[in-house]
Design a protein around this ligand. Sequence first.
Ligand SMILES: Cc1cc2nc3c(=O)[nH]c(=O)nc-3n(C[C@H](O)[C@H](O)[C@H](O)COP(=O)(O)OP(=O)(O)OC[C@H]3O[C@@H](n4cnc5c(N)ncnc54)[C@H](O)[C@@H]3O)c2cc1C
Length: 470
Amino acid sequence: MTSTIVADAARGGARDFDPPIADLARRVDGPVLTPGDPGAAAEVATFNLAVTHEPVVTVGATGPADVAAAVTWAVANGLPVAVQATGHGPVRAVRDAVLVTTSRMDHVHIDPVRRRARVGAGVRWAQVNEAAARHGLAGVSGSSSSVGVVGYSLGGGLGPLSREYGFGADQVLAVELVTADGRVRRVDEHTEPELFWAIRGGKGNFGVVTEIEIGLVPVATIYAGAVFFAGGSARDVLHSFRTWAPTLPDRTSTSVALLNLPPAPELPEALRGQHVVMLRFAHHGGDVEGAELLAPMLEAGEVLLSGVGALPYTQSDAIHQDPTEPAPVWEKGALLRELSAEAVDALLAVAGPGRHPALAMVELRLMGGAIGRSPRVPNAVAGREGAYSLLALGVLAPGIEEAVPVACDAVVAALRPWATGTALLNWLGASASAAEVAAAWRPDVHHRLLAMKRSLDPRNVFRLGHALEA
Ligand SMILES: Cc1cc2nc3c(=O)[nH]c(=O)nc-3n(C[C@H](O)[C@H](O)[C@H](O)COP(=O)(O)OP(=O)(O)OC[C@H]3O[C@@H](n4cnc5c(N)ncnc54)[C@H](O)[C@@H]3O)c2cc1C
């Protein structure tokens, strides 16, 4: 291997570096790949094509021993460690670092009696929900079942069942991880309780998780789906949403999105190339009750397409209909304290149909319910205090690469008077600055996290996700 110039922040300055890759390869069972090796590009590929990882070496870990060897080797060679499961949430391009990929750790064990799942770090939500559904159970997953259980849950995790059951992090019962000292630890509420508090919300800052144990909830079927309104109804729909959403019980979740859809042939004709408003709805409590709760919104504007009904939870991707193919995206999130009439007007002025062609989606998710309550075992999740989450997103298509970040920033800026100042870590986006990451948590939570970080990872080995210390 040719000599590499590595910027080693831990030791200060750039230096000539020729890491002993063969030594690493001898210590792990999984593949050890350097740039240009067959399979290396596929191993590091992300779902957000705007971010390309170029690690010094990638370790396809098969278990905790591989991860421990990779971390120990990285520390010995002065390199930081990054981790990737599905590539759905890259924070920044990984360079001059060791990347541990977890997709080979894909075991799923369901305990139907205790309503728990123990899953490997590479498992996606679809695998858990399929296995849990055989017992009438489900995980508190998000809008896309392609997302990884670990990354989602450590970053908070807000999904269609969250108003009833809380954040994904609130369901985490135990975590097995490899810390910067190379130790494999199993932490839960009794063993290393401070680390257990920190990792549920502190995401990848404390180590590489190899296995996670989560609680499952007794949900088999929901009344759920989406309603598409004509863009011309945006004002009426958003103002109706503003007064209707807060009246919903905790067993109901909803969100609304302003969408600028491409003229793609796979879209229904009524939606192709249109500005539309998409209302998402999920109720756990019976079809009749669900239909009654939704009914007022069906009168709110011109309905182009409606698909709401009884849905096995395993098909919950139909609620948000998130993209299933990778694309280069840029996103920016914020949390709102309230959604006043003035806030809706401000949103429409900046993101209403035709306002900013670079915006692909601007969504508002209703929070509250169990999301707003501290779980039985408190954790470090950021953003619990939000009433609504706001997310602006654009595709960095040729010609609008520069306009997308400007448009997303403009949306967040327009809603700033109603913002909490905190944020959901999972939606900070790849663009978040160190100051924005720090501000995601309340200051007291951030200080407590920093104290844990400094004692457990004094050399800041894990600094490539939403880093507590840049
Ligand atoms: C289409 C789509 C839909 C989404 N929907 C939701 C949603 O409804 N609700 C929600 O809350 N979020 C949602 N997200 C955001 C998602 O939860 C985060 O991006 C999450 O970090 C993705 O985790 P991953 O492992 O799949 O992705 P990766 O890109 O593989 O990992 C992202 C980060 O997670 C951390 N991480 C992953 N594995 C480990 C590990 N083993 N140990 C330590 N840290 C680890 C690291 O910080 C890593 O950088 C969505 C994202 C996409 C692309």
